[in-house]
Design a protein around this ligand. Structure first.
Ligand SMILES: NC(=O)C1=CN([C@@H]2O[C@H](COP(=O)(O)OP(=O)(O)OC[C@H]3O[C@@H](n4cnc5c(N)ncnc54)[C@H](OP(=O)(O)O)[C@@H]3O)[C@@H](O)[C@H]2O)C=CC1
Ligand SMILES: O=CC(=O)O
Length: 331
């Protein structure tokens, strides 16, 4: 046991479970004693559990923080995830053991919104399909009707989950593309409605009337599978559906059926129920579906900002200060 006066200067032990930029590691090293997972691939669960025996803090970006993990980490006081989504936190298990949980909202809003817009444009104008034609030597004339896509500008965008990222998407749509904005949340946002001339609709009305539907809710018990066959059936036959929230907010089998039956025009997906998605998944073999490997926030600057914010959250929590991004349910 250190002498009393030394105790205050002892650095807390942390485990860094995913690789972070050197400046973030240096910052953590100033404030903490750390061990880290050295590889780029995600740490296997058994190795993670074995690494937490003495850890007071954990920097992570996925993997369940549940009873099993917490039992292997008797000294753990704080978990900081380098992501906005924290559906991997078992809130009750963390509350029971008074473990603090933090995430990284806002620093990634514009980056994720850019990507969502990219998906909307890619599906509407069939960009990956056209790219393949050109590269495979199957050039077609621009007036060939089989190449025609759909307009984005002046169309109606319906956002389910108009939060920080949803609003960044809506601003692009409103001020860059002259789109009309509708949204559905559990709670209305009068300021957002005024700023974006956004219309609040029931889920059913939004699905029935939107040309583009962007799903951006967190994954919770309430949103799991919230878009199923019934919801796809309500959409316009010309609708484009974009999901960048979490894969499990959509019933994937239903989405496959909806696309096979032609219930919607196409889909843009940054997330899947099981990641990495299996190469033989039917969604990967539909020309009107554009798929990405969960890269919403994946630019060098934004990933650095997220990692630094997560590191600051962890240090603040371990030093007994209020971290700026304590997750809502643990406040
Ligand atoms: N693809 C990627 O790389 C990324 C994905 N994400 C995902 O996006 C999610 C959203 O991020 P962010 O915008 O920052 O989060 P916010 O918390 O700012 O926004 C989420 C919005 O969803 C609404 N919402 C929650 N539950 C429901 C529900 N049952 N029905 C309708 N609306 C609901 C909330 O409003 P209200 O409470 O009023 O219902 C809120 O406005 C993250 O949780 C994460 O899963 C985030 C970043 C990157
Ligand atoms: O999916 C990414 C996140 O930040 O959440």
């Amino acid at each position: 046991m250190p002498k009393r006066e030394e105790r205050g200067t002892l650095k807390p032990n942390i485990f860094i479970a995913r690789s972070v930029p050197p400046e973030v590691e240096a910052y953590l090293g100033e404030h903490c004693s750390y061990t880290k997972w050295e590889q780029e691939d995600p740490i296997p669960r058994d190795k993670l559990l074995a690494s937490l025996r003495d850890a007071e803090g954990l920097l992570t970006s996925g993997g369940k923080i549940d009873d099993e993990l917490l039992e292997h980490a008797p000294r753990l006081r704080a978990v900081s995830t380098i992501s906005v989504g924290y559906n991997n936190f078992d809130i009750e298990a963390m509350k029971t053991r008074s473990v603090i949980g933090t995430n990284t909202p806002d620093v990634l809003n514009d980056t994720v919104a850019d990507l969502i817009f990219g998906l909307m444009l890619a599906v509407a104008r069939r960009i990956p399909e056209m790219d393949r034609y050109v590269k495979e030597g199957a050039w077609k004339r621009g007036d060939d009707k089989t190449l025609f896509g759909l307009d984005v500008h002046h169309k109606k965008l319906g956002i389910i989950g108009m939060g920080s990222i949803g609003e960044a998407v809506a601003r692009r749509a409103k001020f860059g593309f002259n789109m009309n904005i509708a949204y559905h949340n559990r709670n209305r946002k009068p300021d957002t409605e005024a700023a974006l001339e956004a219309e609040y609709l029931s889920l059913q009305e939004l699905l029935q009337t939107s040309d583009f539907i962007v799903l951006m809710t967190p994954l919770t018990p309430e949103t799991k599978g919230m878009i199923g066959l019934g919801e796809f059936a309500l959409m316009k036959r010309t609708a484009i559906f974009v999901n960048a929230s979490r894969g499990a907010t959509v019933d994937e089998q239903a989405m496959v059926q909806a696309l096979q039956k032609g219930l919607i025009f196409g889909a843009g997906l940054d997330v899947f129920e099981h990641e990495p998605v299996s190469p033989d998944h039917p969604l990967l073999h539909m020309p009107n579906v554009v798929t990405l490997p969960h890269i919403g926030s994946a630019t060098a600057q934004t990933r650095l900002d997220m990692a630094m914010l997560a590191a600051e959250n962890l240090v603040a929590a371990l030093q007994g200060h209020a971290p700026s991004c304590l997750v809502r349910e643990l406040r």
